[in-house]
Design a protein around this ligand. Structure first.
Ligand code: KIV
Length: 260
């Protein structure tokens, strides 16, 4: 558990269980790191989860750099991967390399991008930056999908399998499979050589990724089908905040112990 996790070590974990979680700042990255998570992802889900956007599409490279620097400060052992935001890699391999370099300068040890942009993946890998792939329900394509819908059902399964194969062949060290039928994820996991990391992709992937705020119970509303609350974080925090407010109002805080 103590050795630094690297992209090659994740690549070598095919067939094992890889644990990945998002983090957008130092405290959450530290929690994940101290718990022994293998991979911390500065996801562009920061847009929906923290920044109040409706989707990941408005997230800028500058915002990803800002949050990567913050997560870097809390992440020591786990591999720190940053998402390449919409519009920063689809345009050309040169743009993709430039954006990936900016994220690495901010502290990322690898980058993740969505879809089978094989030339971009190969160019980034050739620069010496490991790439995590991402296929299936890729949120940056929400407008093309007509909503956040399960991808790869029925005849569409071949498209997702083919995309995963291309991404692996282009040099990705692992691939996120998002919101696809479990049977399709199982097939991809058995057919491609690099580890698969699922979210809403069933139990047969080589690992799992979840959004920190979803598993900690900090996301509002009912949990998504693909997630589980391991803590009722928001409820506990509201209760703690009430106790703080009561203590201030009743004059029991600050007391002698907190006074210089
Ligand atoms: O942005 C993100 O959080 C992600 C994961 C859910 C895979 O891409």
């Amino acid at each position: 558990m103590s050795e630094k996790v690297t992209a090659p070590s994740i690549r070598g974990m095919k067939g094992q269980r890889i644990v990945c979680v998002t983090a957008y700042d130092a405290p959450s990255a530290r929690v994940a790191d101290e718990a022994g998570v293998d991979l911390v992802l500065v996801g562009d889900s920061v847009g929906n989860v923290l920044l109040g956007y409706d989707s990941t599409l408005p997230v800028s490279l500058e915002e990803m750099i800002h949050h990567t620097k913050a997560a870097r400060a809390g992440c020591k052992r786990a591999l720190l991967v940053s998402d390449m935001p919409f519009g920063t890699y689809q345009t050309s391999p040169e743009d993709a390399v430039r954006s990936a370099c900016a994220l690495v300068r901010a502290g990322a040890e690898a980058v993740k991008l969505e879809g089978a942009f094989v030339d971009a993946i190969a160019a980034i890998v050739a620069t010496g930056i490991p790439v995590m792939g991402h296929v299936g329900m890729t949120p940056q394509s929400v407008n093309a999908f007509g909503g956040y819908r399960v991808q790869g059902r029925g005849k569409q399964a071949e498209l997702v399998v083919e995309a995963a194969r291309k991404v692996a062949d282009a040099g990705a060290f692992c691939i996120v499979l998002e919101v696809i039928p479990a049977v399709v994820a199982e097939r991809i996991t058995s057919e491609i050589a690099v580890p698969t990391i699922g979210i809403g992709a069933g139990p047969h992937c080589d690992g799992e990724v979840q959004v920190f705020h979803d598993i900690m119970g900090l996301s509002p509303g009912e949990p998504y089908k693909h997630t589980r609350r391991f803590l009722n974080g928001a409820t506990m925090m509201v209760e703690a905040m009430r106790q703080y407010a009561d203590a201030v109002r009743s004059g029991t805080f600050p007391d002698e112990e907190n006074t210089f």
